[in-house]
Design a protein around this ligand. Sequence first.
Ligand code: FUB
Length: 449
Amino acid sequence: MKKLSLYLISFASLFCINHSFAQNPFIRDQFTADPSARIFNGRIYVYPSHDIRAKEGMGRPGWFCMEDYHVFSSDNLTDWTDHGIIVSQNKVNWVDSTTYSMWAPDCIYRNGRYYFYFPANSQKETNGRKMFAIGVAVADKPEGQYIPQPEPIKGVSGIDPNVFIDKDGQAYLYWSMGKIFVARLKDNMLELASEPQVIKDLPEKGLIEGPWLFERNGIYYMTYPHVENKIERLEYAMGDNPMGPFTFTGVIMDESPMNCWTNHQSFIEYKGQWYLFYHQNAYSPKFDKNRSICIDSLFFNADGTIQKVMPTLRGVGITKASQKIEIDRYSAISESGTSVELMDTSFTFKGWKTMLESRNAWIRYNAVKFGKDKLKSIQVNALSQTGGTLQIHLDKADGPLLAELKIPRCTGWTIINAKVPKIQPGIHNLVVVLADINPVEIDWIRFIK
Ligand code: FUB
């Protein structure tokens, strides 16, 4: 019996590989894009696209390169489990797997089954061209095993499927191809029940794609990325019917400060808070077809309109004090003397470091959870060519001093420890301050029992 359970554990660990943390980006070991977030059985599942670096012979050079999908899940928005590959192009009969074109997917639950919708180039040519079609793979658990249907959905040509089931049980399929289309789905979730129609009254100029429809308090929100200027921004239109008409209402997120040409959104309400999932290219600043998914909180005004979301590095969720706290995913920094850089530009998944370079430069990291266990010390992984002094304060830069750490002169990363006083259990912000003029670089901090 013991042998069997050991076997099962190691078998499971092969497929439930990774834990990541909900600072932005929140998947930190691979490129991810186009996040479709869903809540199934009280747990959040995110179905993103999976960007990879193209090698010769893989699709179109300099373009998106995507051959499979993973699904990630979490029950606290902080610890994410990668359930591994759920669908890959070479396992779907109708997909032309020379094109690496498995773009933005979606997934929905109905009658005991999970329906995973994905676009890809079909082997069949229409008027001499390889067109995008939308396929469905079906599973009886959110993480699979997904069985792809032998043919894509008839009557649909396009990308970025999104499915919405209204309160009366009617399901709708949205997709894009320059414009946004909608059709009713049959109860089997695999066939259209109505002719596709274009969603009208959305901006006419500039590419529109990536539809995501949700309902809140009787208002139907049609959200989509749109190129109003040079690159995509997230916009929305409000209506009182899933098929429209919708009235253009506003911008949810401005164009990427990193110049990522695409963005792609989804929305969930989880434990009373709304969240926006989106992507940018933090791990690939020079090539925006290798993207990374992010989460930030979303708020509505009393009239149902959406408040604009500013992308943050801190993201959402609570970080445990005993975890490595990557303070470079900060909540706030001093006006001068603080900056953040990649640890290694040739391997960006190593993450970032914080540089504190002038006296009283500081960085604040919000929402760290201190439990009842007594924490004896703090560790800082730091580097300083000159030797420098750091102070760790609770809640604000002039809040209670938890520790002062002398970082010795060093040429490599060094872990320094200092004792800390009793910290009241609860959620606190942490502020790291440079207490002298000697620059210090910081990788992470954490508290030790
Ligand atoms: O990920 C490939 C394409 O880029 C998606 O399908 C679009 O929504 C855009 O994000």
